[in-house]
Write a protein that binds this ligand. Structure first.
Ligand SMILES: Nc1ncnc2c1ncn2[C@@H]1O[C@H](COP(=O)(O)OP(=O)(O)OP(=O)(O)O)[C@@H](O)[C@H]1O
Ligand SMILES: [Mg+2]
Length: 239
């Protein structure tokens, strides 16, 4: 029988800072709805930011991200070293981990990212593609990945996660992400669920077109907290 891998010994995040606003962002749209392109082209993640990617399908590691080279790692140890040393400085960086989308890989990624949380350092944006494939339940997101959403804010961690359907979004993510980027949806169940959760009129959601349906231009709504909190926009997905 294969030996169980030893748990990683990692430090805890530092300097809990309640001044940070919650900015976790969920991206919800059918395939081809422009989620990945929105992360790349809109400024929900700002130019010059510190960004780490869970990148199972190599969506980010093959090109520059907002003008900066993306360092690509396929093993945890060198990935962790690069992240720890990059976090020693204030400058922006882009570091991607390319690993199969499994629960255990996401947990290890999340443990490493959690350990470099520091409320007194620049924000660290954490982009998680394929969370649905990696999470074993759509109820509460357990383990270290759940902790990123629940406790990350005070340690300067801002999580950006992508989903195709509302039923894939774990409760922890929907309740802990104040910002939702919503593109063309694939079913009326999604329209209803989003309308109910965020108080947006169903018609506004129903009419959104994916890039595939709209010559490469994806339509979206950005839903934030508060009154008058919905903005509409488009993102060009053509290469
Ligand atoms: N000229 C074009 N005409 C129509 N569609 C286009 C054009 N250029 C790009 N696209 C489509 O735009 C989409 C890009 O969207 P993107 O990859 O950001 O979507 P996504 O929401 O991340 O999808 P997925 O869930 O599959 O990852 C692709 O499906 C691509 O086929
Ligand atoms: Mg994508």
């Amino acid at each position: 029988m294969a030996k169980k891998p030893k748990p990683l010994r990692l430090p805890l995040p530092k300097n809990s800072n309640q001044a940070h606003h919650a900015a976790h962002t969920a991206y919800i749209a059918a395939t081809g709805g422009g989620k990945t392109t929105a992360v790349k082209k809109l400024d929900l993640i700002q130019r010059g930011a510190q960004v780490v990617f869970f990148d199972p399908y190599e969506n980010y590691c093959r090109d520059k991200f907002k003008g900066q080279n993306v360092q690509r790692f396929t093993e945890f140890a060198p990935f962790a070293h690069a992240l720890v040393s990059a976090r020693k400085h204030k400058k922006g960086f882009k570091i991607a981990l390319v690993k199969q989308a499994t629960h255990s890989n996401l947990e290890t990624f999340s443990s490493i990212v959690w350990s470099v949380g520091d409320g007194n350092k620049p924000l660290l944006n954490v982009v998680v593609e394929e969370l649905a494939t990696c999470s074993e339940t759509s109820a509460k997101l357990k383990g270290k990945s759940g902790e990123l959403w629940r406790g990350g804010r005070q340690f300067g961690l801002v999580v950006h996660s992508m989903f195709q359907r509302m039923q894939e979004v774990p409760k922890t993510v929907s309740t802990q992400s104040p910002r939702w980027w919503v593109g063309g949806l694939s079913s009326s169940a999604d329209v209803e669920a989003i309308s109910k959760a965020r108080g947006v009129a169903p018609d506004k959601l129903k009419n959104l077109k994916t890039a595939k349906q709209n010559n490469g231009i994806a339509q979206y709504l950005l839903i934030e907290e508060g009154i008058d909190n919905v903005k509409s926009g488009t993102v060009n997905c053509k290469n």
